[in-house]
Design a binder for this molecule. Structure first.
Ligand code: MV4
Length: 445
């Protein structure tokens, strides 16, 4: 195992990684921007180092500064967390060149899965179902129109370098497709510096179900079942849960096996997630693969009893996975609510400012992954996630009751948060029945 690693991230995930390391006896170096200088999780690390000003481009996203910090502090490995540099194949490659172990997959796997057209081809080769669509990126408007007529409307245009929903356009007819083609290309070029787009049949009222996997250098790969992330708004997940209320045992097995086929085809190592869309007819299609630890990983940890961050470190240090697939069950039900400093009554506008009142929920079944506290100043520079409230109970109904109780206990003020929205959702008939799709929030609120 490593004796010392650097955490190239901030906030709750930096704190989560420090916690994993302390339990394993691994020393930590936490980096911080000037805006995070007084963050309370920093003293939990063995060493801290300032990497620049508040602007992420000059700190958490700045590769030379992160690498310099790693060299100065003499670490063996870097954990990128999620966001920032977590899915940068270039960063993983520079780490390798500098003889620092990147805690994640190889840059080659990151590159192929990061290109959504390449990932689709890989999925097809691995016999993982993909939605009908283009085999390559679509070069011209006329070619898009020809393909769409063949596939049948509605269709969705996606950026090859995209992911997470940015730069997508849905078209219901040829006229709107021709317009959408150019706006998708333009948006892709500005967001990802690559204008390539591809086409897929649009699946209506789909659910988003993803499979967690772990794979090691020795060729062992296991899955840790699924997470249902259908409750989202504008591609921001709000609530995640496991098991998915939409899956029967047989379909669940098929999804998990498909995820492992893709991981093997990509020579995948470390923790990863394979996303699927599940349509109304219970058919599933590969959507994308995420080559990082995800925000919603705690629900999987609670239900499987596996510490995913600790396994990320063991795998990166060369240890084989000694967990057996048959020993990984789904024990009970877990739900996560992402607590955002946003006002749901006002179009989810961000609410930066100082937290004056803070009371944390607790008690049976409650886990709170949160780095903020009374006196904490929420900066508008970083994303609005201020913590995650996660519950684990024997059944989904009990988990919902526990989440309601914990949300009621939770007090954060005077800034606005998404807590009141989650209280409404926990009592919503459709959610309680497990009947939600990715359009639920936008239709209902
Ligand atoms: C789709 C889709 C429907 N059909 N692909 C969004 C996130 C990314 N991982 C995949 N996404 C989608 N891909 C096909 N072929 C629906 C989504 C989708 C979505 C699309 C538009 C507006 C909101 C959405 C919310 C979740 C998923």
């Amino acid at each position: 195992m490593f004796s010392r690693i650097l955490i190239a991230n901030r906030g709750e995930i930096a704190q989560r990684i420090i916690r994993a390391c302390r339990e394993m006896g691994v020393q930590t170096v936490a980096v911080y921007s000037e805006a995070d200088r007084h963050a309370r999780y920093l003293p939990l690390a063995d060493e801290t180092i300032c990497i620049g000003p508040a602007d992420p481009a000059e700190s958490y996203l700045n590769i030379p500064r992160i690498i310099s910090a790693a060299e100065i502090t003499n670490v063996e490995a870097i954990h990128p967390g999620y966001g920032f540099l977590a899915e940068s194949a270039q960063f993983a490659e520079i780490c390798r060149d500098c003889k620092i172990q990147f805690i994640g997959p190889d840059p080659e796997s990151m590159r192929v899965l990061g290109d959504k057209v390449e990932a689709r081809k890989l999925a097809a080769r691995a016999k993982v179902p993909i939605a009908p669509g283009s085999e390559e990126s679509v070069p011209t408007e006329d070619e898009a129109a020809r393909l769409a007529a063949q596939i049948g409307y509605p269709v969705i245009l996606k950026a090859a370098a995209g992911g997470g929903g940015r730069g997508m356009r849905i078209a219901h007819n040829e006229m709107s497709l021709r317009v959408a083609f150019h706006s998708a290309q333009t948006e892709a070029a500005s967001a990802f510096k690559k204008s390539d787009v591809y086409l897929e049949k649009y699946l209506e009222q789909a659910r988003h179900v993803e499979v967690q996997i772990l794979a090691d250098r020795a060729g062992n790969a296991i899955h840790l079942w699924e997470r249902d992330c259908s409750l989202q708004r504008r591609h921001q997940k709000l609530i995640e849960e496991t098991p998915s209320p939409a899956l029967k045992a047989d379909l669940r097995d098929q999804l998990c096996k498909a995820a492992l086929r893709l991981a093997k085809a990509a020579n995948y190592v470390n923790a990863g997630t394979v996303e699927f869309l599940l349509d109304k007819d219970q058919k599933f299609y590969f959507s994308e693969a995420n080559t990082r630890i995800q925000v919603e990983h705690p629900v999987t940890e609670l239900v499987t009893g596996v510490d995913l961050v600790q396994w990320q470190l063991r795998i990166a240090s060369g240890e084989p996975i000694k967990l057996r697939q048959k020993d990984i069950g789904q024990n009970g039900a877990a739900i996560e609510c992402r607590i955002n400093a946003e006002d749901p009554a006002n179009g989810f506008s961000p609410c930066p400012g100082r937290i004056e009142r803070f009371f944390a929920p607790g008690g049976p079944g409650v886990r709170l992954d949160c780095h903020v506290h009374a006196g904490y100043e929420i900066s508008s520079r970083y994303d609005s996630l201020i913590g995650k409230l996660i519950v684990h109970r024997r059944t989904r109904a009990e988990a919902i009751a526990c989440m309601k109780r914990a949300l009621e206990e939770f007090e954060i003020g005077p800034i606005k948060t998404t807590i009141p929205l989650y209280l409404e959702i926990m009592s919503h008939r459709q959610f309680v029945k497990g009947h939600v799709d990715t359009g639920f929030i936008e239709r209902t609120w």
